[in-house]
Design a protein around this ligand. Structure first.
Ligand SMILES: Cc1ncc(COP(=O)(O)O)c(C=O)c1O
Length: 411
């Protein structure tokens, strides 16, 4: 990053001050041609993860050391130079969260301030300009409001929102870009692993590593995911649904899955203990992970979890726990899937069954506890949900002429 584009607080020039939160200029550009109701409804009735997109997208550009306005455009292709810097050197980061149809008919988003913080942490690691304070939340809420007809209402479904930021400068020098594009798109999704939640198998990756100390594993850098694809192919060949990563140094400590954190439920001296690997700098600080730890800690005796601990877990501990029965349940967690029970561990050609191999009772109880908050079926005592209020949106939106007026033209 050029030093002159940040002030002493690390804020990019042109960013709004705290008292301006929520009032970064926001304009609508062009008019979309929405999909006909019947076509949209057919998609919403059976959404396929990441396949269909809503009628709008948000764009916000950074150039000459400052952010432009948040622009709400019709969804459509971007026009980019073949020399776009991110395509060559990978300067690209992203986020993900969901908007949920609430029990009372409104639409609400879950803990997006945590995603906003993580986005700027990723930007800092990749030498990119941070978003203006409040602009992440404002842009995402504006998109969900514009596309509220795309929020599916069937059980377990949601509108998956994908903000991303990449270097768009057309240049081949190996250095941070001098121009960036921030964009937000949205896709209706059903349950990530299909209509019936079964337990998945995870395969311990024997060769590759996902993250190293000092590397990029703790942020949502696009390259982390591409670098995991080869291991995913190996897991698949071994009969696993997902990769279970070990640490890079000793190849011994359990880290996480490709796009989910991992948690364990143990029996220890008559107590039930929930554990998860600590935030060591090589795993992603999942919003779902943090939320589940809080729900489990606050649940008292209700969930029958006596203790919640962030502690390193070795792969030997997992193997031994499965064999002596002290590892009761194991699950993965993340925005896309919420919680997925893990029923099998495939490790050096040996498959071990966790518990009964079926979804565990405590795993499913924790899952329901979080889903009840996200769908507004239980009181949101922690202030995690934010209602997307149309009146609030109208107050801030200006209008600009131009834009593509449809789904197919370039930006
Ligand atoms: C590597 C990785 N770990 C964990 C997670 C879970 O994070 P969250 O709960 O914020 O979706 C994700 C998903 O974003 C991820 O990509």
């Amino acid at each position: 990053m050029n030093p002159e584009v940040h002030d002493a607080t690390g804020r990019a020039r042109g960013c709004r001050r705290r008292d301006d939160v929520g009032v970064h200029p926001l304009v609508r550009v062009g008019r979309p041609t929405p999909l006909p109701d019947a076509e949209r409804q057919a998609i919403l009735d059976a959404p396929v993860f990441g396949e269909s997109f809503s009628d709008h997208m948000v764009l916000m550009r950074w150039a000459d050391g400052a952010w432009g306005p948040i622009e709400v455009h019709p969804f459509g292709p971007l026009s980019l130079s073949p020399a776009t810097l991110a395509l060559h050197y990978g300067q690209s980061i992203f986020e993900a969260f969901k908007a949920y149809a609430q029990a009372d008919g409104s639409v609400a988003v879950f803990r997006i301030e945590a995603n906003a913080t993580r986005m700027n942490r990723s930007a800092e690691r990749l030498a990119m300009p941070p978003l203006p304070e409040g602009a992440f939340e404002q842009s995402c809420v504006a998109l969900v409001d514009a596309d509220r007809a795309w929020v599916p209402t069937s059980d377990g479904s949601a509108l998956y929102v994908r903000p991303f930021l990449f270097g768009v400068e057309a240049h081949l020098s190996v250095r941070p870009a001098n121009e960036y594009l921030y964009a937000v798109i949205a896709s209706p999704v059903a349950s990530y692993f299909g209509p019936v939640l079964g337990a998945i198998s995870v395969a311990v990756e024997p060769v590759d590593v996902r993250a190293t100390p000092g590397g990029t594993g703790a942020v949502k850098f696009a390259g982390n995911y591409a670098a995991g694809f080869r291991a995913h192919g190996r897991a698949d060949a071994a009969g696993g649904d997902q990769v279970l990563w070990l640490d890079a140094v000793e190849h011994r400590w359990v880290e996480e899955l490709n796009a989910m954190n991992v948690m364990f439920l143990w029996e220890r001296d008559g107590h039930t203990v929930l554990t998860t690997p600590p935030l060591s700098g090589t795993i992603l600080e999942g919003v779902t992970r943090a939320s589940l730890l809080e729900v489990a800690r606050d649940s008292g005796g209700e969930l029958r979890i006596d203790e919640v601990v962030e502690e390193p877990t070795s792969i030997e501990d997992v193997r031994d726990g499965i064999e002596d029965g002290t590892l009761l349940e194991m699950f993965a967690c993340g925005t896309a899937a919420v919680i997925v029970p893990i029923g099998r561990l495939i490790d050096a050609g040996v498959t071990r069954v966790v518990g009964t191999g079926d979804p565990g009772g405590l795993t499913m109880a924790l899952r329901s506890a979080l889903l009840d908050i996200q769908y507004g079926r239980t009181a949101d005592t922690r202030g995690w949900m934010r209602t997307v209020d149309p009146a609030d949106q109208r107050r801030h939106v200006g209008r600009m002429s131009g834009g593509n007026g449809g789904r197919s033209a370039a930006d």
